[in-house]
Write a protein that binds this ligand. Structure first.
Ligand SMILES: [Zn+2]
Length: 561
């Protein structure tokens, strides 16, 4: 929009705001809002913003714009008929915890609005991926899944019970004695076996459900350290997840996220939060897992343990062989609350991870989790959740800039959805955190476009639904209204999207079980169990296979001898 258009729009809205009785200027619903509700400054602001942005962008009024845009998209789609069947040297998996499709759409609009656009037309980095599939997320014992059973599916290739990580469905949650013999390995493990470097980057604690399925086998996702385990499980010999992180696969090159307290002996003071008792070490066994982590690394290699952003940004990746970065005692801060001295962003962690991992000529596997999208939703704080998605999308762009689709398969998906929705006939460019342009025809109150099916945002005031125009619904921590009161909003059960680009990305298409995903990634990289195609793939990929094939064909005939 030009400066003049902006000015005209602003003037137009001003006239509306100061002459509300000129009702011919208003859609009837908007007039209702003013007449039937108490007019708060927030409401006036929201309506002003909504009107400012609801004008159709000038170029979109011309059918040529839409035709040219669709034709360009068609040309791009036609080019996809030439499939990329290269062997994937690198695999990067981005996992948005709780990033259902409605969350992706809302985050796209937010990203656009952060760049002063209406938002709907903008594109996330993941939107630019050429192939998309749907993933069926249920756990073996749950219609609406959790992050542990789903992580086992998309990392280990086997569906599992909710609450369990790195074990088959023969393992029952909390039952330590059902673990042994039922362990399943992950694609991180397969990549390591094939000589690749491997890494885990997350915004949650590094022993949280998603990352833990990459390296641990646990009947309970909550066994973060031995402090959280029942004595029965300890006596039966089960190990906590932090212990397994350090011991199971001793040479994971990059581990970054939160979770410091689970690495240190009980009551050890935290380096960053000295006065906070909850930040203190948790380990009953008295182990210092950081020291153990270091002791497992070969003497001649450079291993670095860091705990703040400054240390991360001053690292020279070319001299780092192993990196363990633990930036918070528990989960990392939300992106909106991040301390720019102590806490790196997800994209900063991803940048360093790729620099370290890509030194390996055999390639790498990197798991990146935007883990707190889920937490924002559970708290009913949609703004926190959506800013987490925008930051993960930035990290996806960062990774894209540092790698090539010729040799890197990148997959972006979610473990499960949430009961998060947005609607209400909002006009084009309405703030994604704004109000619907009408009041309820039943309780006569306004409502935000974003709502939850259940959760902590359920609010009744004087026997009636809260009037949102009386509160700051654009606040970072505003809890959107929900239909059912729950302290923690729940996951949703519908399919989630899988975005893919790079070698064999076309195998992620259609509707699939979630555990199909790592089978595709492994096939593309010629790692794991299914490698029969790899010999011919490498022949086909060699510069001049013709003479060699001819030679092989002639050999049985004895023509050459
Ligand atoms: Zn969750």
């Amino acid at each position: 929009m030009s400066r003049l258009e902006h000015q005209l729009t602003a003037d137009y809205c001003q006239s509306l705001l100061f002459h509300p009785h000129q009702s011919y200027l208003w859609a009837p619903e908007r007039k209702q809002v003013l007449e039937r509700t108490m007019i708060s400054p927030f409401l006036v602001l929201a309506i002003g913003t909504c009107l400012t942005n609801s004008l159709v962008p000038e170029k979109e009024k011309d059918p040529k714009y839409w035709r040219a845009q669709a034709q360009q998209t068609l040309q791009n789609a036609l080019r996809l008929q030439k499939l990329n069947t290269n062997v994937a040297k690198n695999i990067i998996m981005f996992l948005g915890d709780g990033m259902g499709v409605s969350t992706v759409t809302a985050a796209r609009i937010l990203k656009g609005q952060l760049h002063n656009s209406p938002g709907e037309e903008s594109r996330l980095e993941m939107d630019k991926f050429p192939f998309v599939a749907l993933s069926k997320t249920y756990n073996t014992n749950a219609q609406v899944p959790d992050s542990a059973g789903t992580a086992t599916a998309y990392l280990c290739g086997v569906k599992a019970n909710e609450g369990t990580v790195g074990v088959s469905a023969a393992t029952q949650r909390t039952q330590c004695n059902t673990t042994q013999g039922n362990e399943v390995t992950s694609i991180l493990h397969w990549a390591k076996e094939a000589g690749k470097s491997v890494g885990i980057v997350t915004t949650t604690r590094v022993n949280h459900a998603t990352p833990s399925a990459a390296y641990a086998h646990s009947a309970d996702r909550d066994w973060y350290s031995d402090n959280e385990m029942p004595s029965e499980a300890l006596s039966q010999g089960c190990k906590d997840i932090a212990y397994q992180l350090v011991h199971n696969i001793k040479d994971i090159e990059v581990i970054m996220g939160g979770g410091r307290k689970y690495m240190f002996p009980k009551n050890r003071t935290d380096v960053e939060y000295e006065m906070d008792e909850k930040a203190r070490g948790t380990r009953l066994d008295g182990l210092n897992l950081i020291d153990i982590w270091k002791s497992f690394k070969p003497r001649h290699k450079h291993s670095h343990y860091i705990w703040n952003r400054t240390e991360l940004l001053t690292l020279d990746p070319y001299t780092v062989d192993y990196l363990l970065g633990l930036f918070e005692p528990g989960d990392m801060q939300y992106e909106l609350n991040r301390n720019n001295v102590t806490d790196p962003s997800l994209s900063e962690m991803v940048e360093m991870a790729i620099k370290i991992l890509s030194k390996n000529p055999e390639g790498f596997f990197l798991l990146v989790e935007g883990g707190r999208i889920d937490h924002g939703h559970h708290e009913g704080k949609a703004k926190q959740a959506l800013h987490e998605v925008v930051e993960m999308d930035r990290a996806i762009g960062q990774a894209g800039d540092m790698t090539s689709q010729e040799d890197t398969l990148t997959v972006v998906t979610a473990d499960h959805s949430h009961v998060f929705t947005f609607g209400g006939y909002t006009p084009r460019g309405n703030s994604i955190f704004g109000l619907a342009p009408m009041v309820s025809d039943t309780d006569k109150k306004p409502f935000t476009a974003i709502l939850y099916g259940n959760g902590p945002g359920y609010k009744v005031v004087g026997g009636e639904r809260e009037n949102v125009s009386m509160v700051d619904y654009a606040h970072n921590n505003y809890q959107a209204q929900s239909a059912v009161p729950l302290r923690h909003e729940t996951h949703g059960g519908e399919d989630v999207a899988v975005f893919a680009k790079g070698p064999m990305a076309h195998l992620l298409h259609g509707v699939h079980e979630q555990n199909y995903i790592p089978h595709v990634m492994a096939y593309a990289a010629c790692i794991g169990a299914n490698r029969d195609h790899c010999a011919s793939a490498s022949l086909a990929g060699s510069p001049s296979p013709g003479p060699l094939l001819l030679l092989l064909a002639l050999l049985p005939l004895g023509i050459l001898f």
